[in-house]
Write a protein that binds this ligand. Structure first.
Ligand code: DC
Length: 246
């Protein structure tokens, strides 16, 4: 992992479990503040995708998956208000848009041995740190990173940290709404079990588990709209910026 040095610029860390609303909140916050945004979950998904493409079983060949994580090139763009993820397997290879493949239910099922691999995590943490610092060095005022371990591992010195969560029933309802909107079949009990399982995987891994940083601001989004979550984040950020300026 790259050695941590004090980061120049505003790093906003947003962590939380699957379905907590943190991804949307992070995207909207970055948009509202004119900051860059990095969805770090998509980087783990990209590694799982490249492993599948290479017919590599992440459970049986952890070292090959680590190699994939080290070599992978990843770029994130907003096109027509939508997030797009561009990936290349090696440096120098052309980046291709694989956004649709990264978020399928089938790919989600293959994530566990990828996200639990400590060497993969170290490689991706270094990539996240480099990407955020590069974006700040190129003139961005701030960058919002969202994931599970941003405030605890990736940027423990972040300017501000949030932990966004919501109760299980509400997260299940949101996921059901998403699938309904996409016309995908689902059963509510199955969905709930999947979310519970993902929580367990995230919370119980030895390296980079999902955990609220001691200095993170806790946001329970269970009964909040997306606009209300955004308003809370902006309020807290403005307060922190004012405190720094004054
Ligand atoms: O947020 P998401 O569901 O798209 O994340 C995909 C997977 O990556 C999920 O299993 C959690 C994991 N993840 C992680 O371990 N650390 C991060 N910083 C971000 C995501």
């Amino acid at each position: 992992m790259e050695r941590m040095s004090k980061t120049q610029g505003i790093i906003v860390a947003i962590d939380g479990p699957a379905g907590s609303g943190k991804s949307t909140a992070a995207r909207l916050l970055a948009q509202a503040e004119g900051y860059a945004h990095l969805n770090t979950g998509a980087m783990y998904r990209a590694v799982a995708f490249l492993a599948l493409q290479g017919a590599i079983n992440a459970e049986e060949a952890p070292d090959r998956v680590t190699e994939i994580a080290r070599d992978m090139q990843f770029e994130y763009r907003i096109v027509d208000d939508k997030q797009r993820f561009l990936i290349a397997a090696k440096p120098g290879k052309p980046l291709n848009d694989h956004t649709e493949e990264l978020f399928t239910a089938a790919l989600t099922l293959t994530l566990k041995p990828v996200v639990n691999n400590g060497d993969v995590r170290a490689a991706l943490v270094a990539k996240m740190q480099t990407a955020a610092r590069k974006v700040l060095a190129s003139g961005a005022r701030g960058v919002v990173l969202e994931g599970r371990d941003i405030g605890t591992v990736v940027f423990p010195d972040a300017f501000i940290k949030f932990f966004v969560h919501a109760d299980l029933d509400e997260r299940t309802r949101r996921r059901a709404d998403e699938l309904r909107a996409r016309g995908e079949p689902f059963d509510v009990e199955g969905l709930k079990k999947q979310i519970e399982y993902r929580d367990k995987v995230d919370e119980s891994r030895e390296v980079g588990p999902l955990r609220k940083a001691d200095d993170a601001i806790d946001i329970d989004s269970s009964s909040l709209s997306q606009d209300q979550v955004l308003a809370r984040l902006r309020e807290e950020l403005a307060r922190r910026l004012a405190a720094q300026a004054g």
